[in-house]
Design a protein around this ligand. Structure first.
Ligand code: GLP
Length: 247
């Protein structure tokens, strides 16, 4: 796992956006793995800006988002489909149906999960997977203890995750208890992974990951043994790292 530290979050946004530019230049039909949460908002804004400048196109690309809540009313402003439309999909040129978010309203969630993994495999797997990280080390909604060969499936959210995400809702009672999450397996099968870690509140978990060891109790430590994973952190998130770790 490589670690890159930038003075500001805006510089992380730019560096990560450039990874998408470089990939889509080389492989316009690339398969992207996309994330939600507070962390990638600025990076998506940068991608929209680059699209408007004619420096990136998603016209031939496909994307698969990491996760979606189960149990929110259709069109709920806190759904991840809504988030992706607002932050990216409505502003760039994905072909209709090419940008996918797991269907948290599927009548048969288990079947939808199986189909999601099958469709990722049929697309040839994910070329570039974007990740954020939860304070407990979760990636997507794979909470601590998730086996690394887990498929996409319905998951129970940790109370700490519900509390962390309550800031996007009116109050915590509205935060769903379940989600449909891409599994550790399809995530780790991505050819390249970029994880964004921003802000002082992520310093402890970033230090834990960088120090190792890799262990299922901290899902993001799975990146330590991935052949092409890079963490992009801002200085605030990296403040718990030693100078040797930063390199
Ligand atoms: C959320 C998402 C994750 C995200 C993480 C951190 O619950 N399921 O994909 O990376 O928690 O979110 P944030 O970027 O808002 O800190």
């Amino acid at each position: 796992m490589k670690l890159m530290v930038f003075p500001t979050a805006a510089q992380v946004d730019d560096a990560v956006a450039q990874r998408f530019v470089a990939l889509l230049e080389k492989k316009p039909q690339a398969v992207l793995g996309l994330a939600t949460g507070g962390t990638p908002v600025g990076m998506y804004a940068r991608l929209v800006e680059l699209y408007r400048q004619g420096r990136i196109s998603f016209a031939k690309a496909r994307s698969f988002n990491l996760d979606e809540y189960i149990g929110l009313p259709e069109g709920h402003p806190c759904s991840y489909l809504h988030y992706m439309r607002e932050n990216l999909f409505d502003h760039v040129d994905f072909a209709p149906g090419a940008a996918r978010v797991p269907d948290g309203h599927a009548a048969d969630i288990a079947a939808a999960a199986l189909a999601y993994d099958r469709d990722i495999a049929l697309a040839g797997g994910i070329d570039l997977q974007l990740l954020g990280i939860g304070h407990n080390g979760h990636i997507a909604f794979n909470e601590p203890g998730t086996p690394w060969d887990s498929p996409t499936r319905a998951v129970q959210l940790d109370e700490s995750t519900r509390r962390a995400n309550a800031r996007f809702f009116e109050d915590i009672s509205q935060v769903p208890t379940q989600a449909l999450s891409m599994g550790m397996k399809p995530i780790l099968q991505a050819k390249s992974i970029v994880m964004m870690v921003l802000g002082a509140d992520k310093a402890d978990i970033l230090a834990r990951i960088v120090a190792g060891p890799a262990d299922a109790s901290v899902p993001a430590t799975a990146l330590l043994s991935h052949p092409d994973a890079t963490v992009y952190a801002d200085a605030a998130a990296a403040r718990g790292l030693t100078s040797r770790e930063v390199g």
